[in-house]
Design a protein around this ligand. Structure first.
Ligand SMILES: [Zn+2]
Length: 115
């Protein structure tokens, strides 16, 4: 395994930053950035192949149809939940009279793993 990857951003080599300037004399170029694979975090992250979020998004926009085809979703997913409804005393502010007016409010809490 090499100790770096080239950024996969489709326009990485066109962004005008000092970190991309390579070459000498009159033979200067803007080059795709190298990404060092020098930490566990970077090796396990999507940013092991993209130097920044812009390059990631450029790649996703160009290749989105093929990426989606890897795991197409034709139906929505669902997570079973339970809703707990609780009534409580709250206040609303009347700006015309500068009064706090009590009212019965409702708080709905989503319980994700009902058992
Ligand atoms: Zn890049």
């Amino acid at each position: 395994m090499s100790d770096y990857n080239w950024c996969h951003g489709t326009n990485c080599h066109t962004q005008q930053t000092q970190s991309r300037v390579r070459g000498s004399g009159d033979n200067k170029v803007l080059r795709t950035r190298k990404i060092k694979q020098d930490s566990e975090w970077i090796r396990e992250s999507i940013f092991s192949h993209f130097c920044n979020q812009r390059c990631l998004m450029d790649f996703l926009n160009v290749h989105k149809d093929r990426i989606i085809a890897l795991a197409p979703r034709r139906q929505p997913l669902e997570t079973p939940i339970k809703i707990e409804t609780e009534k409580y005393e709250s206040y609303r502010y009347n700006y015309n009279t500068s009064e706090r007016l009590p009212y019965q409010a409702t708080r709905r809490t989503i319980i994700k793993n009902p058992n």
